[in-house]
Ligand binder design. Structure first.
Ligand code: VTB
Length: 327
C-alpha cells in the first residue's frame, strides 16, 4: 500500500548546516581551528533546536567530558517526533577552514533511533567508497588493484583513467603505493573524507573511489549520504594500538567484520544535509557579499533518493536579528 508522503527532514536540516557553514566560514584562513569549530557548533545547535525532531547525538563532538555541546548522547531538536539518531559534524575540515584550504563542509545526518553504528573509542576505520555504477562490485578485503579494475569496468574506462581520493596521512601510504602501482590517478585531501566519500557518488566530481583510513564518525555520516545516492561504502574498524585492540575485544567488536552501508546506518530513510564551508569537489564554499551571503548545499533522503543542490541567498542583517549566535 502506498504510504502517505511524510516530511522530508532534510529540508529543515539544511538551515542547520547553512548557519554552521556561514558562522564557520567567517573564520576562514585565520589560523584558529578551535574558533572555526566553536562558531559552527553554536550555530548548528541553535538552529537544530528549532527542528521538529527528538534526536540523540550518536555521532557528535565527542564524549560529554570532552565537548560542552553536541556531545555523544545529547538530546537535540525541539523534542517533537520523530525519534531519531543524529550525526553532526559542524565542520568536517576545521583545519582546512582555519588554513583557507578547499573541501570543508558543515554536515548533519539523521536516521531512525537506534539505526546508526556507534564507533565508541575506535576512532578510525579503513574505508572504501564508490558510486552507484560500482556498487556491489568492490571488496575492501580484496587488493587495491582489484577494486580499481572493478571501478574501471563499471564506468567503461581504463584503470589509468580512474581517480582514487585518499586522505593524506602516513597510515595511507600503502594505499597510495598500491594505487600508483596499478596505474590509476590520485587526488589527495588534507582533511574531509566525508566530502571525499560522497564525491565518488557525484558524476562530475573527478573522483571515482575513496580509499584510506579515516574517522569512524565520518564513515557513519558518509554512509547516510551514500545510502541516498545508491553508492557503496565498506569499512573495517582500524585499531591504532594494542589498547584499542583490547578495547575492541572487551566490547565484543569484531575487527574482521566488514561494515557495509547498512551496517553503518541500518535505515531505509536517512536524511542528509551538507553546506560548503570552503569550496571543494562537492560544494562551493560560503561567499560573503556584505549583507548578502551565498551558500551552496546538498541535501538528500534515502527513502526517495531525492537529491537537491540548493543555492541560497541569505540577508545576514535580518538573520542576525533573529539569532543568538554570530552569523
Ligand atoms: C579523519 C577524517 C576527517 O579528520 O577523521 C581526520 O575522517 C582525522 O585524521 O574527515 P587524523 O586524526 O589523522 O588527523 C578529518 O579529515 C576532518 O575531521
Amino acid at each position: 500500500m502506498p504510504s502517505e508522503p511524510d516530511k522530508n527532514l532534510a529540508l529543515d536540516l539544511v538551515r542547520v548546516t547553512e548557519a554552521a557553514a556561514i558562522s564557520a566560514a567567517r573564520h576562514q584562513g585565520r589560523g584558529d581551528k578551535t574558533a572555526v569549530d566553536q562558531a559552527a557548533v553554536d550555530a548548528m545547535r541553535t538552529i537544530l533546536s528549532t527542528v521538529d525532531l527528538d534526536g540523540i547525538v550518536v555521532i557528535g563532538e565527542g564524549e560529554k567530558d570532552e565537548a560542552p555541546m553536541l556531545f555523544n548522547g545529547e538530546r537535540v531538536g525541539n523534542g517533537h517526533p520523530p525519534e531519531v539518531d543524529v550525526a553532526v559534524d559542524p565542520v568536517d575540515g576545521t583545519r582546512l577552514t582555519a588554513r583557507g584550504m578547499p573541501g570543508a563542509l558543515a554536515v548533519i545526518a539523521v536516521a531512525e533511533r537506534g539505526s546508526m553504528y556507534a564507533p565508541g573509542s575506535l576512532v578510525y576505520m579503513d574505508k572504501v567508497a564508490v558510486g552507484e555504477a560500482a556498487a556491489g562490485m568492490i571488496d575492501i578485503e580484496a587488493p587495491v588493484a582489484h577494486n580499481l579494475l572493478q571501478v574501471a569496468k563499471s564506468e567503461n574506462k581504463s584503470v589509468s583513467d580512474v581517480t582514487a581520493i585518499i586522505l593524506d596521512r602516513p597510515r595511507n601510504e600503502d594505499y597510495i603505493r598500491q594505487v600508483r602501482e596499478a596505474g590509476a590517478r590520485i587526488a589527495l585531501i588534507g582533511d574531509g573524507d566525508i566530502s571525499g566519500a560522497i564525491a565518488t557518488s557525484k558524476e562530475d566530481s573527478g573522483v571515482d573511489i575513496l580509499f584510506g583510513i579515516g574517522g569512524s564518525p565520518e564513515a557513519v555520516t558518509a554512509a547516510c549520504a551514500i545510502a541516498a545516492l545508491g553508492g557503496e561504502i565498506q569499512c573495517k574498524l582500524w585499531p591504532r594500538d594494542d589498547s584499542e585492540r583490547e578495547y575492541a575485544a572487551r566490547e565484543g567488536l569484531d575487527l574482521n567484520q566488514v561494515l557495509a552501508t547498512r551496517d553503518l546506518v541500518n535505515s531505509d530513510n536517512t536524511f542528509f544535509a551538507a553546506t560548503g564551508v570552503t569550496s571543494g569537489q562537492l560544494l562551493d564554499g560560503v561567499d560573503f557579499g556584505g549583507t548578502v551571503v551565498r551558500t551552496h548545499s546538498l541535501i538528500m533522503r534515502s527513502k526517495t533518493r531525492t537529491v537537491r543542490f540548493i543555492d541560497a541567498i541569505h540577508h545576514i542583517d535580518r538573520l542576525q536579528d533573529m539569532a543568538t549566535f554570530d552569523y
